[in-house]
Design a binder for this molecule. Sequence first.
Ligand code: IMP
Ligand code: MG
Length: 171
Amino acid sequence: MGEVNVLINKAKLEKRIEEMGKQIQKDYEGKEIVFVGILKGSVMFMSELAKNIKSSVELDFMDVSSYKGTESTKKVNINKDIRNSIEGKDVIIVEDIIDTGRTLTYVLEYLKQKNPNSIKIATMLSKPSRRVMELNVDYIGFAIEDKFVVGYGLDYNEKYRNLPYIGYIES
Ligand code: IMP
Ligand code: MG
């Protein structure tokens, strides 16, 4: 296992998250926002994003895992559901990275059944070249090439989540 190289440094990452927070604040003026963070990868991005929004933001979490089936049989399993009702609320799903889009396609359809007033997606990173599901992503921090990245919540076998920047592992 190789060394971790910096892909997006802390200053650049946090400046971008600040911009995203300001954009969300503008788009949601007068509305009650509920963040639904996808555990565990989203926690650092979610807290940084929430700190950059002046109005009150409710925080909730889901824990989902995608089964390691074949590409066509892959399923998403809910290990932990949200705690509070989102009926009539304005929900933003907060994710660390969107790869194939399978996880969020499933989560989006699942949460829509709980009758929120609106539902959007904010992701720190996106790998557009890897997408297999058509998914409308409303807020994207950085679109990156197809590299395995770690840090700022993202892990490799549960390691590197606490790095304060986005890195990639030289293979
Ligand atoms: P998707 O369902 O294919 O979009 O997968 C998204 C999930 O895969 C993310 O929530 C991450 O947990 C994980 N993932 C995808 N790419 C990476 C990566 O480069 N580093 C770490 N985790 C990743
Ligand atoms: Mg994840």
